[in-house]
Design a protein around this ligand. Structure first.
Ligand SMILES: Cc1cc2nc3c(=O)[nH]c(=O)nc-3n(C[C@H](O)[C@H](O)[C@H](O)COP(=O)(O)OP(=O)(O)OC[C@H]3O[C@@H](n4cnc5c(N)ncnc54)[C@H](O)[C@@H]3O)c2cc1C
Length: 346
């Protein structure tokens, strides 16, 4: 059986690696570049404190064929690639993930192409220049802190329409604010305007996903995520399993904590199908959130399985070590295909 995996992020990479381990399938991965992008490290990539890139040949099982290219359209059992070639499939795993956009003149944090440009633009900024980070979610917090820590002579401002760190509990939120203060990040409530005046604007609002599914005619939700059944199969084409940021799974948050179990479960279900066994319904419960505050601090927020924050949270250097381990574990899970998770709450 020919299986193509569209996108080699966290969801697609774990799915492909897990499938070749569990089933006798011919697996091909299509991805626009030959690197695995650790999106959770893009703020480090921008600040120059780390890299988000690992060659995909180091991530994918040698039995997997890698095609470097972009899928332009998903047809009836065929993928049409941007270079005009096509790839037939019996089953496909849709893992095209996030595709954040931003107003002109600003740099998207959540995409490697713009993160690389932002890294250069930041390196070129003279001391004393102003940097604005737009978005008070975890990505915005991590980006503002990382830039402020690596370039203390810059003036860093974090601007957010809503409360900064709104997904965290009050204790963790207060901790984040103290850490940002310590790094000299000025936090403002408000909306970004073009006359912002900063030397560099980093756009850390990353909710948009690839429009590939919508433009291919698959059934999608308002945001363009593939509508799936309880087995993670597209409701309009059951040959396609959708996983990660690009899948519309009720109650799920865009994260690798979501992408990894979905990728693993999607692959397991295809392996079951190939073995003539019934598929299993997808179920997943959360454990918490973690946000880096530069390289030396972080905030860890424990959560109930429904993703609501508990009162348990901690920060500082020990939290930074935990956060680093979580990032390594996420990449390691994608590579080894070994991952265990909690079921959803009843
Ligand atoms: C700075 C930052 C920090 C983050 N921190 C955390 C964190 O601490 N914890 C956490 O859980 N989550 C975090 N996230 C969110 C997390 O990174 C995403 O939710 C996760 O990457 C989703 O994985 P995915 O595999 O679904 O999609 P992606 O990682 O977006 O991968 C999608 C892949 O598909 C490819 N693709 C796209 N279009 C096509 C096409 N047409 N044809 C072929 N391939 C295509 C892309 O190039 C990419 O390789 C963070 C995100 C950012 C930006």
């Amino acid at each position: 059986m020919k299986v193509v995996v569209i996108g080699a992020g966290y969801a697609g990479t774990i799915a492909a690696n897990r499938l070749v381990k569990k089933a006798d399938a011919e697996v091909t991965v299509v991805n626009p570049r030959a690197d695995f992008v650790e999106r959770v490290r893009l703020h480090e990539h921008i600040a120059g404190s780390g890299t988000a890139l690992t060659p995909l040949t180091d991530m994918l099982d040698p039995r997997i064929r890698l095609v470097v290219g972009a899928v332009d359209k998903i047809g009836d059992g065929t993928l049409l690639l941007a270079d005009g070639t096509s790839l037939p499939f019996d089953r496909a795993i849709y893992a095209a993930g996030g595709a954040p956009t931003a107003p002109s003149g600003t740099y998207v944090v959540g995409a490697i192409e713009t993160a690389e440009l932002a890294r250069q633009a930041l390196a070129d900024l003279p001391d004393g220049a102003a940097v604005t980070v737009v978005g008070g979610g975890l990505t915005g917090i991590e980006t503002a802190a990382e830039v402020a820590e690596s370039r203390p002579a810059l003036r860093v401002r974090l601007i957010s329409e809503g409360e900064v760190g709104a997904s965290l509990g009050p204790g963790a939120r207060a901790r984040v604010r103290r850490d940002l203060d310590r790094l000299g990040v000025v936090v403002e409530r408000g909306r970004y305007t073009e006359d912002d005046g900063a030397g560099l604007v980093l756009w850390a609002v990353a909710t948009q996903v690839s429009d590939l599914a919508a433009r291919s005619g698959l059934a999608v939700d308002d945001a363009g995520r593939v509508l799936v059944d309880e087995y993670l199969r597209s409701t309009s084409d059951p040959r396609i399993v959708a996983v990660g940021d690009g899948a519309s799974v009720p109650g799920q948050r865009l994260s690798c904590q979501t992408a990894l179990p979905q990728g693993a479960h999607g692959a397991d279900n295809l392996a079951r199908e190939l073995a003539g066994e019934p598929m299993k319904a997808y179920s997943m419960g959360y454990t918490g959130q973690n946000v880096s505050i530069g390289r030396r601090s972080a905030v860890i927020q424990a959560a109930r399985r429904d993703d609501s924050p508990t009162r348990i949270q901690f920060g500082g250097r020990s939290a930074a070590l935990v956060k680093e381990q979580v990032c390594r574990m996420a990449k390691g899970a994608a590579k080894t295909a070994r991952y265990a998770w909690l079921p959803a709450p009843r």
